[in-house]
Design a protein around this ligand. Structure first.
Ligand SMILES: [Zn+2]
Length: 141
């Protein structure tokens, strides 16, 4: 049976494609994605859903010039993007990799009161897109 309703792909226009490709390889590589470099400015990662369908993330330069090189999460558009982790130690391990790479982390790992056991780290990509990696036992036991 084909996958229906899950996200198919996400394309991100980024101000610093090379730095962003390195950054996303650190984050998505940690989460089990496979990188498929396209050319110097574009990269694609894929992750397989349980039934074999693919979710793809592509990072590429903007197609048109922008007034700003920085994404503003509270303006209209995407606020943040969150990925499942499989445990608290998975969240902590990514945090350690970000710190070791010298990448700033806006919200170090901690519990939140959204749901029982919700535990997350939050950080911005090089364009200012807020990412979160969360272990939420209520949605990912
Ligand atoms: Zn969130």
């Amino acid at each position: 049976m084909a996958t229906r309703g899950f996200v198919s792909h996400l394309d991100l226009n980024v101000a610093e494609p090379v730095a962003s490709a390195r950054f996303y390889e650190l984050v998505l590589g940690h989460l089990g994605y496979r990188q498929h470099p396209i050319d110097e400015g574009r990269s694609r990662w894929t992750l397989e859903y349980a039934d074999g369908a693919l979710f793809e993330i592509e990072v590429r330069p903007p197609a048109v010039p922008s007034g700003s090189d920085r994404h503003e999460r509270y303006e209209p558009g995407v606020d943040h993007l969150a990925f499942h982790a499989d445990s608290r130690s998975d969240v902590d391990a990514l945090y350690q990799k970000l710190i070791a790479a010298g990448h700033p982390v806006a919200e170090p790992p901690r519990e939140y009161e959204y749901t029982p056991g919700y535990y997350a780290v939050a950080f911005d990509d090089p364009s200012g897109i807020r990412l979160e990696v969360v272990h939420d036992p209520t949605t990912n036991p």
